[in-house]
Design a protein around this ligand. Structure first.
Ligand code: 3HC
Length: 692
């Protein structure tokens, strides 16, 4: 065995050279791996005793892509074009032997090889689009030559991996290896290549699938239409289309050049930087500073849910989907029946779309037990309360629950705002109480705020985080404060939005600016969707805000066909002349001199106070890191991933700029804009939120 470098070594099996890459955890195509590959293949090619070369990876996966942490840094080691020269341009057949996930640059490297063998469980794909990039080492030129243009576009634009069976069908792999016998199978395949003198097949020379698509612009037009909505605001997908178009229009080498240029141009863009930041942020979020990975977790084999309303039902579905039995409790039979019927309807709808079988629906419903008595929760390992948002009611429920739940059971509240410590204090087990704040619809939204109380025990936190992962959520650990991380920041935006419509903007102006920024909807469309009467009561309403006036008039949002907007039968929103008049009258009564408000001011007024609140949250240690706040906003509120979250956005435009604007607003509009001391400090020290 010869070590080529620290991460690659070369062995010989008769006349076959085996180049093994061993660069944990995922064999990313780092400078060392690229250099090892170039030199290893070079060395084997120069050895007269070698007739074929197998490239294989140790550990859990074949090369899972370029090393994302190297992007944007000065290039070192062998380049990707050099790799192509050594492998595809080399004199001997090179066979890629793949297992795990051959993604991005790893998959592209395999496509530079003359032949490919993979185990049945292997997956292939181009996730670059999710990083605001396109494949940069021939993926857009080679894959269409194997799979055809339509299939290649789907792989490149969706970023979703495909399996070995599909790969074999498309000719992406030449043979399936025997499970767990990849090395032997690849050696046998190499033997065949040598013995039958199989040619040095180069994908670059295959042209029939390209020919078939040439002169058919409708293929790309169709894809462009399909993805336009999904990628509203995103840049990289247009570059991907251009690169694939080049595979049709240009000679291979020119197509490669264009692809490389498009790829290199995307790397420094704000969008790609944001999306790469989010890739790492999503992985950091699971790490809790004082709860090490080896903290024991408590078994959760049965979950109780109190409340069968929209929230409770959605929460229950998460556990049913993961195969965990659920007991759901309500106070009245009709409410319970309605809740169960809604769960079933949701599942039936998913089944109708073909995303679940009827058997799956039966299995899930079979795991659900419904009851009117709290006592039935006695043997649950975790009970999540999702009742009406009122402290006295919650305390009453927790007091009772504490007496019923078995010792060691975890008691969680799904409250969106209330103080978990106060709730925990009514139980005999405050160390086993925490918040699990799901976002509506709870079976769909990926975010789960795991709220750590003052006394919550570490194993309880570890259990909740692990459970979040198990049910497919992204768990973000947050501290106790009003509204936790997400809603606390949202409050800032909602307050400014309400002020803006009195000062001069209309609800649809504010919504348009926020929508164009990339969020799925603006604050007023969101209020209409949620219902304006959440937290409103007829008894205490005194026409003191626009919202109160609208509620008093029965304009309570989409459900009543009118709110800030008018709605038609298909729930399409239209600006309302009546609401406009109400706003103008109200502002006049308050003596407000309305003025023209620019889009830039709308954006800054809505977003900068959120960033400021985020800084306060960090200072009070209610979130572990700025990137956790960003994960909350991306997964709970639809913040566009290409803007990286509010804190990353602040870093991008410069904390100094945010601070200066806040000060300017503070001077004219007061307290609401008072900068957080942390933001002041950051600017004084010339740092970013990412540096904290
Ligand atoms: N570069 C750098 N680090 C990477 C990486 C990559 N491509 N892929 C994974 N890692 C790191 C993760 O950050 C994580 O680090 P940590 O343990 O310190 O948190 C560790 O490897 C393990 O990753 P996961 O926790 O994600 O492990 P999983 O087993 O859940 O998933 C995976 C494995 C499917 C390979 C997943 O990591 C993944 O999807 N990776 C990214 C793949 C990708 O995007 N590749 C394309 C890169 S761009 C490219 O190739 C450009 C080319 O066209 C030129």
């Amino acid at each position: 065995m010869t070590a080529i470098n620290a991460v690659t070594d070369l062995t010989r099996e008769g006349d076959i050279a085996v180049l093994t890459i061993n660069s944990p955890p995922v064999n990313a195509l780092s400078a060392d791996v690229r250099t090892g590959l170039r030199d290893g293949v070079g060395q084997a090619s120069a050895d007269p005793a070698v007739k074929a070369i197998v490239v294989i990876c140790a550990g859990r996966t074949f090369i899972a892509g370029a090393d994302i942490s190297e992007f944007g840094k000065p290039a070192t080691g062998a380049s990707l074009p050099e790799l192509q020269g050594a492998i595809e341009g080399g004199p001997k057949p090179v066979i890629a032997a793949m297992h795990g996930t051959a993604l991005g640059g790893g998959f592209e490297m395999a496509l530079m090889c003359h032949y490919r063998v993979a185990v049945p469980s292997a997956k292939f794909g181009f996730p670059e689009i999710k990083l605001g990039l396109i494949p940069g080492a021939g993926g857009t030129q080679r894959l269409p030559r194997l799979s055809g243009v339509e299939n290649a576009l789907e792989v490149i634009l969706s970023g979703t991996p495909f399996g070995a069976k599909q790969a074999l069908e498309w000719g992406v792999i030449d043979a399936l290896a025997e499970d767990r016998k990849l090395r032997e199978s690849a050696l046998a395949f190499a033997r065949k290549v040598i013995d039958t003198r199989m040619p040095l097949r180069k994908i670059r020379d295959l042209n029939d699938k390209i020919e078939a698509a040439r002169g058919r612009p409708e293929i790309l037009d169709k894809v462009r239409r399909e993805y336009a909505r999904k990628y509203r605001g995103f840049e990289a997908w247009q570059a991907a289309l251009r690169a694939v178009q080049a595979a049709l229009d240009l000679p291979f080498d020119d197509g490669m050049k264009l692809e490389r240029q498009l790829f290199l141009d995307l790397i420094p863009t704000a969008q790609s930087r944001a999306q790469r930041y989010v890739f790492f942020a999503e992985r950091k979020v699971w790490k809790v500073a004082d709860v090490p990975d080896d903290t024991p977790v408590l078994p959760v084999n049965k979950v109780g849910v109190i409340g069968a309303g929209t929230m409770g039902g959605g929460i229950a579905m998460n556990f049913l989907n993961a195969g965990i039995p659920v007991r759901i409790v309500e106070t009245a039979q009709d409410a319970l029946d309605r809740g169960i019927a809604t769960i079933r309807r949701n599942y039936d709808n998913t089944a109708k779309k073909g995303r679940l079988t009827q058997a799956d629906v039966q299995t899930r419903m079979g795991l659900l037990r419904a009851d009117l008595k709290l006592d039935t929760l006695a043997d649950c390992d975790l009970v999540i309360e999702a009742v009406y948002e009122n402290m006295d009611i919650k305390k009453d429920v927790f007091g009772k629950l504490d007496k019923i739940a078995k010792p060691g059971a975890i008691l969680a509240s799904n409250t969106s705002y209330l103080n978990i410590d106060e709730i925990a204090a009514v139980t005999s087990r405050p160390d086993h109480v925490l918040g699990m704040h799901f976002f509506s619809p709870a079976n769909v939204m990926r975010l789960l705020e795991v709220v750590r109380g003052e006394k919550t025990a570490k194993p309880v936190i570890a259990t909740a985080m692990q459970l979040a992962k198990k049910i497919g959520k992204i768990g973000v650990l947050v501290g106790v404060c009003h509204g936790f991380v997400g809603n606390r920041m949202l409050h800032q935006r909602q307050r400014e939005a309400q002020k803006l419509i009195l000062e001069g903007a209309m609800p649809w102006d504010v919504d348009r600016v926020i929508y164009d920024f990339g969020l799925p909807m603006g604050p007023f469309a969101m209020s209409d969707l949620a219902g304006l009467d959440i937290g409103w009561s007829k008894e205490t309403s005194k026409s003191s805000t626009i919202r109160e006036i609208l509620c008093e008039m029965g304009r309570r949002g989409q459900k009543t066909g009118a709110g800030f907007y008018d709605y038609d039968e298909s729930r399409n929103a239209k600006p309302s002349a009546l609401v406009e008049k109400i706003i103008l009258d109200f502002a006049a009564k308050k003596g407000i001199n309305r003025r023209t408000i620019s889009d830039a001011e709308i954006l800054e007024r809505c977003i900068y106070p959120m960033i400021n609140e985020g800084a306060k949250i960090l200072e009070e240690e209610k979130a572990q890191r700025a990137s956790d706040i960003d994960i909350v906003w991306i997964n709970g509120y639809g913040w566009p991933v290409y803007r990286g979250g509010p804190m990353f956005y602040a870093d991008l435009i410069g904390p100094g700029k945010v601070l200066a604007k806040l000060k300017e607003f503070e001077a004219t509009m007061g307290e609401d804009f008072k900068p957080a001391p942390l933001l002041e400090r950051l600017v004084a020290e010339n740092k970013r939120f990412q540096d904290l």
